[in-house]
Design a protein around this ligand. Structure first.
Ligand code: TRP
Length: 355
């Protein structure tokens, strides 16, 4: 039997090159050898209150991007989280075994709570006390929604309801995966059963790819405004790359490469051939580098990757009938296992039907 793999992406806007190299391209490889379930986490998206008028079209966008990137519904199960109501029920049941404290200590919760409360990031200990006071203080009129607090429970359910062994996620999700293992262990030992396997992160043996943004600083991220989107048209994409941050240019031979330029070289390593990268590294070392040329080349090479994806995306995005068929079949498959696990959990917890 193939090992079960589960992963999801929150539906909060278009996917970028970081999502592609960090997640999608791996999913495409994994679907060959594993029993994969990939889904759009629309319930998770609700924790940050997206505009209801665009939530559904966001889900469609990401579905089309999944399919355009090469995830094949014949090989993998593709579905929408909210199409599997068993997830919501197990979320309620599992929450009975989850501590408020462990949820409040989660880094992602503290981060988002801080933002919702308008606490400026500063000293971490003071921030923690501030969060607690503002959330549970009697004269607090601010509110952090409970869905945000129980985000890790919902994520654990996505994984455990399918009894997944492998979960390909980035570093920012490691803590959630750790909690998932803990919840699985706790449930198994509380009821003296061996129901849930403990899932581990999936790595392709290589170091995790970190895709940098175009602003010369950290990694590519939706909220950083430094992204190349898979569906950017040619003109937009070229413009973004040509405007990417560099440095003043090397002034003496063999000086260390500055962060912004290293970032562009990293993007090149992902999208160009090895000799191209080598050429520009040498050009930096002997001070002959011309950033205009380098960026033109980089834009060209990125377009080679994104253009076919974009073309397929446009085609699929306009084919509602096809998208509906894919998610309907996906939901059926996902629900089959989910219902089985939910039934087992209800039995174990002593919830039985009279009729
Ligand atoms: N929390 C994940 C993220 O923000 C998305 C997610 C939800 C997920 N449920 C999951 C990832 C289950 C893997 C498995 O990226």
């Amino acid at each position: 039997m193939k090992e079960v793999v589960v992963s999801g992406i929150r539906s909060t806007g278009n996917l970028h090159l970081g999502n592609y190299y960090g997640a999608l391209s791996k999913f495409v490889k994994m679907q060959e050898d594993y029993d994969c379930l990939f889904f759009i986490a629309d319930l998770h998206a609700l924790t940050t209150h997206p505009d209801p008028r665009i939530l559904h079209s966001n889900v469609q966008d990401i579905l089309a991007e999944y399919l355009a990137s090469g995830i094949d519904p014949e090989k993998a199960t593709i579905f929408v989280q909210s199409d599997v109501p068993e997830v919501s029920e197990l979320y309620l049941l599992l929450n009975m075994h989850v501590g408020i404290g462990e949820l409040m200590r989660t880094a992602s919760f503290k981060d988002k709570a801080r933002k919702q409360l308008g606490i400026k990031t500063g000293n971490e200990k003071d921030d923690d006390e501030d969060i607690e006071r503002q959330i549970i203080g009697t004269n607090s009129n601010k509110r952090v929604n409970a869905g945000l607090l129980t985000y890790p429970t919902l994520m654990a359910v996505d994984i455990l309801i399918q009894k997944a062994q492998k979960v390909p996620v980035g570093k920012d999700q490691e803590q959630h995966l750790e909690l998932t293992r803990r919840f699985a262990r706790r449930f198994n030992s509380f009821y003296g059963v061996d129901l849930f396997p403990e899932p581990t992160n999936f790595n392709f043996g290589d170091h995790a790819v970190k895709v940098p943004g175009l602003d010369g600083s950290g990694k590519m991220g939706k909220s950083e405004g430094n992204c190349i989107y898979l569906v950017d048209d040619e003109k937009t994409l070229r413009k973004k790359v040509m405007r990417a941050v560099t440095d003043q240019g090397p002034t003496e031979p063999n000086q260390p490469i500055s962060q912004p330029v290293e970032n562009l070289l990293t993007l090149m390593e992902l999208t160009s051939t090895a000799d191209v990268v080598e050429h520009y590294r040498k050009a930096y070392a002997d001070c002959s580098i011309r950033y205009g040329d380098m960026k033109k080349q980089l834009a060209e090479d990125i377009l080679k990757i994104t253009t076919p994806i974009r073309e397929r995306y446009l085609e699929i995005r306009n084919n509602d009938v096809y998208i509906s068929k894919v998610v309907k079949e996906g939901a059926e498959r996902a629900r089959e296992r989910a219902a089985k696990t939910l039934h087992e959990v209800r039995e174990i917890m002593g919830i039985r039907k009279f009729y």
